[in-house]
Every structure is written in C-alpha cells, then in structure tokens.
Ligand binder design. Structure first.
Ligand code: ASP
Ligand code: MG
Length: 426
C-alpha cells in the first residue's frame, strides 16, 4: 500500500482536483491511502471564522461562512455538470450547520472551538475529492480521520496515541482495501477518547500521511507539491536552486530543524522507525523523479543546502551585577524565555553576556524588556538575517556572505551559520 498526500495547493481549484484524478490514474493496481488538506487557503479563512465567533461578530461570521461556501460551490460547479449530485447537498448542509453554530452556546476553550470548526476545511475537501474521483470511475471510498487518529485533549496540538491509532487504523481502515483501491482521508485532524475533534498543529497534513504509513506498514509515502522535489534553498531567497535527488531521514530532520519548511518535521520520525521511504514529487510533472528521503546518508553531502531566516532580532543579555554567564543565570534565562514562549533560532555566550536570535515578528520587545530588565542589561539589534549552510565549502560561504556584515558566526563540521546585516539595504 502507498500513501499520497495532497496539500492545499494541490486541491486549490477544480483544475487541481482533476489533476489529482489524473495522478491516481497513473497508479492503477496500487492500493492508495490519499491524505488531503483543506482546499487552497481555506484553513486561514476558517481561522478568521473562529475569531469572529469568539468576538461575537455575527455579521463578519456570516460573511466568512458565505464566502467559504461560495468558494467550494464554485469548485463543485466546475467539477460536476449537474447539481443533482448529492455532494452539493452534503456541502450545503455542512455550511448550514456551521452558520447555525453562531446561535449555539460555545465552550470557554478557544482551542476546542478552533478544532471543531477549522477541521471542517479538511472534511469538506476530502468529501469533494472523493465524490469527484467516484464520478471519474476510480474505485474509491471516504475515510474519516476523526475516527481513526486518536490524540490526547491538547486542542490545536493533539499528541497522537500511537497504540490506539494503530489499533483503529488496522481494524477499521485497512480492511476496506478489500473493497476499494483508494481511500481518501483528511490530513491534520484526529479525535479524543471522548470523540471530540482535534487538530495536529498547522501544516499537520504531512504528519497525518506519516501516521497512516506507519500504522499500515506502507511501502512508501509521496507528498505531491508544486515544486519538483526538495530544493537546496528556498527560491524566494536564492537563484539557481538545485533539487536534492536523495537525502537521509537524518538530514531531512536537520534541515527542518534549521528552518527548511518543505516537510512538517514530525512526519519523518515514524517513517524512519519503519524504514518507509518518503518521496517529494511534483504534481505538475508526476512522472519526474522528485526527491527521495530514506535511510542512507551516502548522498547527503553532495549538494550544499541553504536555509534563510529573515527579519531576525539579536538580543544580548548582560547580568547587571557583572556576574559571569554560568549555569545558574543560564537556567534563569531559559526559564524566562520559555515563559514568554520564545523560540530561539541561534544562541551564543561570552563571559559576560548571552545572546539569542529570534524571529522579530514573534517577539514583543516591550514584553522582552519587562521580562529581563530587573537583573539584566538588555540590548538588541534588528533587521538581521540568519543563514545556515549544510555541507558548506568556501565558495558557498563567499556567496552567502557577500555584501553582508557578519555579526555572529558558528561552524561545525557539517554546518555553518551566519547572523548578518545586509549592508546594501542599510
Ligand atoms: N490545512 C492545514 C493547514 O493549512 C493542514 C495542512 O495543510 O497541512 O495548516
Ligand atoms: Mg500545506
């Protein structure tokens, strides 16, 4: 059995859904678990919808519900020639329920409400894709992840109960392949033991593909994307990117740790545990090779990879009493950062100061000062960029540091990192 994952961009409109059908036609004879995301930018608009519900803004809420209904109806209109198809009624009923939700009592837990509503993006998408594939003659059935993936009650960041999930998938999902060759299910969502819907965190659909593959002992997983595979840099920041043909699980985890965003980081571990290869392939050119992520580290060093984080803030903390930076004040600093929910991208210390780089747009500077000012002098430097190069050589270093002032440099055997100021912009 194979697992395919189609993200939001690969089901963003009717043409994209038709393309999913075409890709599946290339795999006649295979059993395929298809994991789909919400269509296009639906998750973002569902988030706005929850906010409107929370703020008791009925006008905005109704507007947003209607806008999403129209978006999905226009896709249906392009996919189905006649309105008698039951999928129209299914989708309209779902939106009717959503509309009525405004009049019903809501819980005091924002994250709970978020999961009950935002998850519908995936539900609707998977229903539309299933009914279109049926119409195209595929032997396909819809499967409900909300009955298969079991999580704890941590809404918006559900932790998977692997044992229970494996039991559910083996007993309720796998046997269905005796009747059909394709099952379509939703990424990103699961359920608690009480039967409430949970989500696995933004961009969690890749992870769902990993969960199904692990529990089914799949032969491989393919994530279909609008790029030819994993590239050695984000084309947004870099010309002449190169596709990575093959990298190891370990390398994929390293790249995502430093900020590469091609695959959700949680996806890799379950696949690595069972040695299930992960392909990243182009839905525009499905016959092309793409990238394979697998056990062997043999090819990891062949192409240097670049990871850029722009808009960095460098914060330097110096104890006011001139004490050295040692274990006690380090643990104090980390405690305070954890309380602020700050995510550190880079850190460095000297005898008298400790420095960290953070995403500027995730940090409230006033709060930061408030958190540290009692015992530390706090200095900060804005508008920096952090570049990480894996498998570097001198030519790649020269290339990324040209026209930049290097503020912090860190080098290990495989990885070099520069926190820099762009001299051409300042
Ligand atoms: N639809 C969800 C999101 O946009 C999950 C996913 O697409 O991976 O975050
Ligand atoms: Mg996505």
């Amino acid at each position: 059995m194979k697992v395919f994952k189609f993200g939001g961009a690969s089901v963003k409109d009717a043409a994209a859904v038709r393309n999913v059908s075409r890709i599946l036609s290339l795999y006649k004879g295979d059993q395929i678990c298809v994991v789909v995301s919400a269509m296009g930018k639906t998750t973002n608009s569902m988030e706005l919808l929850v906010q409107a519900l929370w703020e008791r803004n009925e006008l905005k809420y109704n507007e947003l519900v209607d806008e999403r209904l129209q978006f999905h109806l226009s896709i249906l209109n392009e996919l189905f020639s006649e309105k008698h198809y039951s999928i129209y009624k299914t989708v309209e009923d779902l939106f009717e329920n959503l509309k009525n939700k405004f009049q019903q009592p809501i819980s005091e837990n924002y994250d709970f409400e978020y999961d009950q509503i935002v998850s519908l993006g995936e539900v609707i998408s998977s229903l539309i894709v299933t009914s279109f594939l049926k119409e195209q003659g595929h032997l396909v059935e819809w499967a409900d992840s909300r009955k298969l993936i079991r999580t704890n009650n941590l809404y918006r960041e559900g932790n998977v109960d692997w044992q229970k999930t494996e039991e559910l998938i083996k007993s309720k999902f796998l046997p269905e392949f005796k009747k059909v060759s394709i099952q379509i299910t939703q990424g990103f969502i699961g359920h608690t033991s009480e039967g409430f819907t949970t989500t696995l965190g933004r961009e969690g659909s890749d992870y769902t593909a990993g969960i199904f593959a692990y529990c089914c002992d799949a032969q491989d997983v393919t994530i279909w994307k609008d790029v030819p595979g994993m590239l050695n840099a984000d084309p947004k920041w870099f010309d002449n990117t190169v596709k990575l043909d093959s990298i190891s699980f370990k390398e994929a985890i390293e790249l995502s740790y430093y900020g590469a965003t091609v695959i959700h980081p949680k996806t890799i571990k379950p696949l690595q545990n069972k040695g299930i290869p992960l392909y990243v392939k182009s839905f525009i050119d499905p016959q092309a090779d793409g990238t394979v992520i697998q056990e062997s580290t043999e090819k990891d060093h062949l192409v240097p990879s670049f990871i850029f984080k722009m808009n960095q803030l460098l914060v330097s903390l110096t104890p006011k009493d001139f004490s050295f930076i040692i274990e006690e004040n380090l643990s104090d600093i980390f405690n305070r950062l954890a309380k602020m929910n700050a995510k550190i991208n880079l850190m460095q210390n000297s005898a008298l100061s400790f420095s960290i780089a953070l995403d500027r747009d995730k940090i409230n500077i006033e709060k930061l000062l408030e958190t540290f000012q009692d015992t530390f002098n706090v200095r900060y430097n804005e508008n920096l960029e952090l570049v990480t190069v894996r498998h570097f050589d001198q030519a790649t270093i020269d290339r990324v540091t040209e026209g930049k002032e290097i503020i912090v440099e860190q080098k290990t055997k495989q990885t070099v990192r520069f926190l820099m100021k762009d001299l051409t912009n300042s």
